[in-house]
Write a protein that binds this ligand. Structure first.
Ligand code: OAD
Length: 240
């Protein structure tokens, strides 16, 4: 299917980084973030308004964990496909660390590597040192709080990134979906958008779940096992 496809893109989620030691959100078991923590307290504008220090401390804990991990074979196999666009829900930079060009990685849910001003009218952004992330502090430009540059529940996706991803998904021959529960919208809707426009869908996930139900082919396995074997010898292109 991939060989016969002129235009391919990847749509990934937390499962892509799982084998690097990054916790997913909804896997069964005690390690998944949303079974240990309340997303409305830690990943929403309301949670930030209620206790901004708690929110920043939690993201700084996640940053510390990310500072200690490396890209896994799945990141490397994807990054080696240099003409492929990687649409990801992940806020880590493991695809880029594996060699993917930053302009070919579309971060739908933002980036934990940066802080931005919480004031929508201010565009101040700062890069954060994952090993030594700063505590809650005011924006030097406008005085509002700085916050992780990620998308929270109830917030809109970055519009330019979303438009590019949506437009690409309308033109594909195959969408390769890796490690996502496909339950968080609008991101998960990209699979439906691609299918409706005639794309095939290949899913790589040990528990293909919702995405598997939308797939022409579901490969039930860990991304770090499946992707290097699947992509070896291929030269995939997103055509843009
Ligand atoms: P989830 O935690 O919802 O789903 C993780 C998926 O990865 C599941 O389908 C697992 O079966 C799969 N998985 C686990 N290990 C894997 C492996 N080794 N290889 C391949 N797949 C594996 O994560 P997402 O779908 O990314 O949003 O979650 C979507 C959004 O929900 C996240 O971006 C985040 C979260 O709330 C925000 O923070 C806004």
């Amino acid at each position: 299917m991939l060989e016969q496809s002129r235009r391919v893109a990847v749509f990934s989620g937390a499962g892509l980084s799982a084998e690097s030691g990054v916790a997913t959100f909804r896997d069964p078991g005690p390690d998944a973030l949303w079974s240990r923590f309340d997303p409305t307290e830690l990943a929403s504008p309301e949670g930030f308004a209620a206790d901004p220090e708690r929110v920043v401390a939690w993201y700084n804990w996640r940053r510390g964990r990310l500072a200690a991990v490396q890209p896994n074979p799945a990141h490397r196999a994807l990054a080696a496909q240099t003409r492929l666009i990687q649409i990801t829900q992940n806020v880590d930079s493991l695809l880029e660390q594996a060699g993917a060009s930053a302009d070919r990685v579309y971060h739908l849910h933002g980036s934990i590597m940066r802080d931005r001003c919480h004031n929508a009218a201010c565009d101040h952004v700062e890069t954060v040192d994952l090993r030594n992330p700063p505590p809650l502090r005011p924006c030097p430009r406008c005085g509002a709080y700085l916050r992780p540059a990620v998308v929270w529940f109830g917030e809109a996706l970055p519009q330019d990134v979303w438009r590019q991803a949506e437009s690409l998904c309308r033109q594909l021959d195959c969408l390769l979906v890796v490690g996502t529960s496909a339950t968080v919208y609008p991101a998960a809707g990209l699979i439906e958008i691609a299918r409706a426009a005639g794309s095939r869908v290949v899913v790589v996930d040990p528990n293909p779940g919702v995405a598997g139900g939308q797939a022409d082919l579901a490969l039930a396995g860990a991304a770090g096992d499946v992707l290097p074997a699947l992509l070896e010898g291929l030269d995939l292109d997103s055509g843009s």
